[in-house]
Each structure stands twice: as C-alpha cells, then as structure tokens.
Design a protein around this ligand. Sequence first.
Ligand code: ZN
Length: 67
Amino acid sequence: MGVRGVVVWCANYRCSHWVAISADPWPDQTPLSDIEERFVCTACGGRGADVRPNWSTKGRPRATAGR
Ligand SMILES: [Zn+2]
C-alpha cells in the first residue's frame, strides 16, 4: 500500500470514535477490508470499522458526519 499508518473509524456513526494506528504489523498485501472486519472499537466495543490510509501523520482526519 505504501502507507505507514491508517486511520480507523468506528463503524457506529453514533460513536464516531477513531484512532490512528500504524500499519507496520500488517503485510503490504493486507486489504483494508480485512482490517475493517477484525477491528473492535475500544470506545463502544462494536465490531467493524472504516479504515482509511493515513497519508499525513500531522493533520487530523476531518469528521464528515457532522455531530
Ligand atoms: Zn465505537
């Protein structure tokens, strides 16, 4: 993927918890959908997530779902 980090959003939009994690533990061939299925939210305990490449380690991802 060429991405060193990913941002994982909770699939539960009411939770909208997100965390930026390193992609180093996974092989480059690991599909993001595979990570989405395995991820368990640490905030609400829900399964499923929306994984996006974290191109910048400085900027924060923008919340697009409003509040
Ligand atoms: Zn959550």
